[in-house]
Design a binder for this molecule. Structure first.
Ligand SMILES: Cc1cc2nc3c(=O)[nH]c(=O)nc-3n(C[C@H](O)[C@H](O)[C@H](O)COP(=O)(O)OP(=O)(O)OC[C@H]3O[C@@H](n4cnc5c(N)ncnc54)[C@H](O)[C@@H]3O)c2cc1C
Length: 139
């Protein structure tokens, strides 16, 4: 049951676990405990659940605040895929993002991120894009 803080909350007498925050980590933990028969409460301070899985809309465009793709889920034997299958009772379906799953455009230059580890290794990154990564990843 999802309840807003604006409503009169209906609380149980007892919870086996109270989880602070409702990102994917918390929701996965809550789902695992719940599937084991535990009574779980998840508390979220934002007006909606999901943490970095949110999207928001501005001027006709939709923006991801965090997650925009997840790797390895095409492999049914990957640990992350098994976890998603388990917590969703095999209800979750995944969409392939195509050969080019991400694209960086700087001025008139375009850098494609192509599917597959080997393709990615073979990708020739120019000096300018390496510098960009340096700037982005620096604390
Ligand atoms: C820009 C960006 C892009 C990303 N892209 C990808 C991607 O493409 N693929 C990928 O796999 N990962 C991506 N990630 C990483 C991924 O989004 C995070 O690793 C993951 O979502 C973190 O989940 P989490 O459960 O740890 O926490 P979060 O999603 O951060 O959730 C934490 C939640 O806890 C709540 N909270 C915090 N403190 C309290 C409190 N005191 N009381 C109540 N609630 C509280 C917050 O409001 C929030 O809802 C990206 C991250 C960023 C920032």
């Amino acid at each position: 049951m999802i309840q807003s803080y604006k409503q009169k909350l209906e609380l149980e007498e007892h919870y086996d676990a109270i989880i602070i925050g409702s990102g994917m980590g918390s929701l996965t933990t809550a789902a695992l405990l719940s599937k084991e028969g535990k009574k779980v409460m998840v508390l979220e301070r934002h007006y909606t659940a999901g943490g970095f899985t949110h999207v928001f809309k501005r001027r006709g465009y939709e923006w991801d605040v965090g997650i925009h793709y997840i790797g390895e889920v095409q492999n049914p034997n990957a640990a992350i895929r098994k976890m998603f299958d388990y917590v969703s009772n095999n209800q979750l379906e995944w969409a392939d993002m195509g050969e080019v799953y991400d694209k960086i455009i700087i001025g008139d230059k375009t850098y494609d991120f192509v599917k597959g580890v080997e393709n990615f290794k073979n990708l020739r990154l120019s000096n300018s894009i390496s510098i960009l990564f340096l700037i982005v990843t620096r604390p």
